[in-house]
Unconditional design. Structure first.
Length: 251
């Protein structure tokens, strides 16, 4: 029995040594950093590659440095002209300082999400509805700058903010559709009026030319007769030139 105990002792020691060694060695990928605390005190970020820790003394937290894509849930926004809309967006950010991302904020993912949502509601409420549709690039840049400034103390860099969809209530969609139809009718009337104005100007110009040269009126008369001749209508009205009846009117 003593011989068995002697044989088991080195085996147990080897297993314990392997466990301790396994806990002491960490392998970090190229896009990872390990923030190390020694007895609760920040040592700093290490990596990538092999990291050696002191068992039971050092504690390491992994931080991913890759860009994270985060969908901001739809937010209820009231625009400056009192239109209620639902707006969602997408946020691109990454950790640039692993130490700050661990020490300065409890959970940088949740904190960044909350900042993005509140900023989206606050900033879009400063714009009118038409601006939300027409000035999307300007709004995106403003959102990116404000969110980036707020997350900078956490070691977070916000690179892009994109407003994706602006959803309207059904009643407002109908109202906008009616406005668009009225705008199309207005433009059509303006185009028609401009056409009438140009046509009247051309007619006045033609009348002036005919008044200076009466022979052109006769040519126009003959051209009109030619056009009537090709029509299939059985009734034809012949205009009488004024020159024929003018002498009778004078009497």
């Amino acid at each position: 029995m003593d011989g068995n105990m002697i044989a088991i002792g080195p085996l147990v020691a080897a297993i314990v040594a392997l466990i301790i060694l396994g806990n002491a060695i960490r392998i970090l990928r190229e896009y990872e950093r390990g923030v190390i605390f020694r007895l609760g005190r920040l040592i700093g970020a290490k990596g990538p590659g092999i990291i050696l820790l002191i068992p039971l003394i050092d504690r390491m937290q992994r931080i991913d440095l890759r860009t994270i894509t985060f969908d901001i849930p739809p937010q209820d926004v009231i625009t400056r002209d009192n239109i209620s809309v639902k707006v969602n967006a997408v946020l691109y950010f990454r950790v640039v300082d692993a130490n700050q991302a661990v020490v300065n904020v409890a959970n940088y993912m949740v904190a960044t999400s909350q900042i993005a949502q509140t900023t989206l509601r606050a900033i879009l409420g400063q714009f009118e509805f038409d601006d939300l549709l027409a000035n999307r690039d300007q709004i995106n840049q403003k959102l990116q700058k404000i969110i980036d400034d707020q997350t900078e103390p956490w070691g977070i860099k916000v690179s892009v903010v994109e407003v994706k969809n602006v959803d309207l209530p059904v009643e407002m969609q109908r109202t906008i559709a009616r406005q668009a139809e009225a705008e199309r009718e207005r433009r059509a009337k303006i185009i028609h009026a401009e056409g009438e104005l140009q046509a009247s100007a051309k007619l006045a110009e033609a009348a002036e030319i005919i008044g200076k040269n009466p022979a052109t009126l006769q040519l126009r008369f003959l051209q009109t007769l030619t056009e009537i001749a090709v029509e299939k209508d059985s009734r034809i009205f012949f205009p009488i030139p004024l020159d024929l009846i003018t002498p009778f009117l004078k009497k």
